[in-house]
Design a protein around this ligand. Structure first.
Ligand code: SF4
Ligand code: SF4
Length: 101
């Protein structure tokens, strides 16, 4: 007999569409050239290139109305490899009380 796992009712499914782009507040180092526009690039204290973050903590390339990446096709490697539902993702979602909309 096949058992179908049930999603607990009070636990929202982990998906970017119900998340306030929590991972886009993390520091993102640019370790490869993916074509990120210069205006979104900052320099960290060791001289390395990172994504510019604004005063509210979110990445400068994030659209604040849609909470989606405006440079998705050119986003850094680290952003491409950040896996939805992975432990790091769950940690980030729990860190922001307004993550679930
Ligand atoms: S923290 Fe997880 S669910 Fe939220 S935007 Fe990032 S990958 Fe998606
Ligand atoms: S480049 Fe895009 S995916 Fe990466 S942190 Fe910024 S807004 Fe998020």
């Amino acid at each position: 007999m096949k058992t179908i796992p049930l999603q607990p009712i009070d636990e929202p499914a982990v998906t970017c569409s119900t998340c306030a782009a929590c991972c886009c507040q993390l520091e993102v180092m640019l370790i490869t050239d993916t074509g990120v526009p210069e205006r979104y690039i900052d320099t960290d204290e060791w001289g390395g290139e990172v994504m510019l973050r604004l005063d509210d903590g979110w990445c400068a390339a994030l659209d604040r109305d849609t909470m989606m990446c405006t440079i998705y096709e050119k986003r850094p490697l680290i952003c491409r490899e950040f896996e939805m539902g992975a432990p790091e993702c769950i940690d980030e979602r729990q860190g922001i009380a307004t993550a679930y909309r």
